[in-house]
Write a protein that binds this ligand. Structure first.
Ligand code: NOJ
Ligand code: CA
Length: 545
């Protein structure tokens, strides 16, 4: 089980209002206690922070905001003491416009070696004042920005699938490959266990950069890129990951690559995790299925079938720094907000308690599944998204690039509450945190939950301990049809029966020892599973179908 740390919101030790590496080191003991195997750190590299560090200006240094390389090494030592492994984020699709290579490209002439590290093109139209194609940025607006030449005249355009401050590298250029091999080795030499690869599906673009007549930012109407999207899922990507796998193997058999690959359908995602490619790929179709039991069941079946076919585990995930936290998403009846859109005070509001209850059930359902799982910092506390965030404080480029129409992802990035009675709930004792913390954090802080036997945190600890003890990650799945009713869903993993009840009525549990239920505070009849809850039972034999 891998736990995602979002450094700027984890713990601020030097009191500047932004989390830092020393802050991570100081609290790692809590993660070991929680029962995580490894941590994945979102970017902490040198960066102007235009996209919260996913705009890297130096891949081999720590941004002063987060500390120094020495702080990184100190963190590594602490993780080793605690038996935790560290995965870092690799951002190979684009860098920051402040990266030395991009600055050199801007200063150089068209068709120069410097420009060929990126995707520069002449514009369309008589005076080249139209973008080279119709692609759009994921954060809104065109995916191209025009440069200005030294003489002040408009020049070529460069491609950026994200913010204009994030120019895309040209992965047709071997020099780009060489540079990233250097980056891989730099961090592997520092003892890391692997990489989470940012937008792993986007590095290679179709020859000729043709216009795209699906959604021009590469998405399909279902939210995933279609098979044909010219900016996603190109076949040549796979050779890149094969070569990286060989580099990782030089450092031992246990280093991993995990793809952030937003591709569908699932059999196509399986291409990312063939035996000689990446080890894991986030299962976003699972995240998007939410609590719709029909789609959820199909996604799980299809995931296991597709991934079994290539001998890879599925990688389940419900929350991360790009989506509304699942404790908030599940506080809506019907569909909550769209990915990357966030919730504001003007939007329909979630029911916090309902969301937290269902989030516990959903996580428990997920952690019973065979395969790997990722948790996002704060979900063990049942944290909701921050909703009351003044426009002036919103930092996600999506907000500015859509003139506020899409609020963006700041809500799920609010700094963590550690200690209820300390300033900023113990996130840091200096400057105000970079995003405001909701008042509910007073009740949800880690110290309060750690001293309660029935808290969300207590549940996470029990789930993770049992998952490890029963080795559920390496198990298998068989649907338990008798409890798949349309409003409940159940499967067997070995002799553990996992039942989730989304009906409005309690569900009578089958015989068998109840190992754990998603509400630790059970009143009344123990054999009834309340609405919005999940239970794990140990059963003697396969239940009747
Ligand atoms: C995916 C990352 O998770 C997201 O936070 C980032 O904005 C984009 N990739 C661009 O790097
Ligand atoms: Ca700090």
């Amino acid at each position: 089980m891998i736990y995602q740390i979002y450094p700027r919101s984890f713990r601020d030790l030097n009191g500047d209002g932004i989390g830092d590496l020393a802050g991570i080191t100081s609290e790692l003991g809590h993660l070991a206690e929680l029962g995580v195997d490894a941590v994945w750190l979102s970017p902490f590299y040198r960066s102007p922070q235009r996209d919260a560090g996913y705009d890297v200006s130096d891949y081999c240094d720590v941004d002063p905001l987060f500390g120094t390389l020495a702080d990184f090494d100190a963190m590594m030592i602490r993780t080793q003491e605690l038996g935790l492994r560290v995965i870092v984020d690799l951002v190979p699709n684009h860098c920051s416009d402040q990266h030395a290579a991009f600055q050199a490209a801007l200063a150089a002439a068209p068709n120069s070696a410097e420009r060929s590290m990126f995707i520069f093109r002449d514009g369309r139209g008589e005076s080249g004042d139209l973008p080279p194609n119709n692609w759009e940025s994921h954060f809104g607006g065109p995916a191209w920005t025009r440069t200005t030449d030294a003489d002040g005249q408009p020049g070529q355009w460069y491609l950026h699938l994200f913010d204009s401050s994030q120019p895309d590298f040209d992965w047709d250029n071997p020099a780009v490959h060489a540079e990233f091999e250097r980056v891989l080795r730099f961090w592997l030499d520092r003892g890391i266990a692997g990489f989470r690869v940012d937008v792993a599906h986007a590095l290679v673009k179709a020859p000729g950069l043709p216009d795209w007549h699906g959604l021009a930012n590469g998405n399909s109407s279902e939210g995933y890129p279609g098979e044909e999207a010219p900016m996603f899922g190109q076949p040549a990507l796979h050779d890149i990951y094969r070569s990286w796998r060989l580099i990782l193997a030089e450092y031992g058999p246990d280093r991993i690559l995990c793809a952030e690959a937003n591709v569908d359908p699932l059999p196509r995602l399986a291409h990312w995790v063939r035996p000689d490619e990446m080890h894991q790929a986030f299962n976003f179709p699972y995240l998007h299925a939410g609590l719709d039991l029909g789609p959820l069941r199909s996604v799980i079946t299809e995931s296991l079938e597709s991934l079994d076919a290539v001998g890879a585990p599925s990688t389940w995930v419900l929350s991360n720094h790009d989506v509304v936290r699942h404790a908030t998403r599940f506080g809506y009846d019907g569909h909550g907000p769209r990915d990357g859109d966030g919730i504001g005070t003007e939007d329909p509001q979630p029911d916090e308690e309902l969301g937290r209850t269902r989030a516990a059930a959903a996580t428990m359902f997920m952690l019973g599944l065979p395969g790997g799982a990722y948790l996002y910092q704060g979900e063990e506390l049942g944290l909701p998204d921050g909703i009351d965030i003044p426009s002036a404080l919103r930092q996600d480029p999506t907000f500015a690039r859509t003139d506020g129409e899409r609020l963006g992802r700041d809500g799920c990035r609010v700094p963590l509450p550690w200690r209820a009675d300390q300033e900023h709930y113990g996130f840091g004792d200096g400057a105000t945190p970079w995003l405001p913390q909701p008042e509910s954090f007073a009740r949800l802080s880690r110290d309060l939950q750690a001293s309660s036997g029935t808290s969300h945190l207590a549940l996470y600890r029990s789930m993770l301990a049992l998952r490890r003890e029963l080795d559920l990650g390496r198990g298998s799945l068989q649907w338990a049809e008798a409890w798949c009713t349309g409003s409940s869903l159940a499967y067997l993993n070995g002799n553990v029966l996992v039942v989730m009840n989304l009906n409005h009525e309690p569900l009578e549990l089958p015989s068998g020892a109840i190992l754990l239920r998603s509400s630790l505070d059970v009143q009344g009849n123990q054999r009834l599973l309340s609405p919005g809850q999940t239970a794990w039972l140990q059963i003697a034999a396969k239940p009747a179908e």
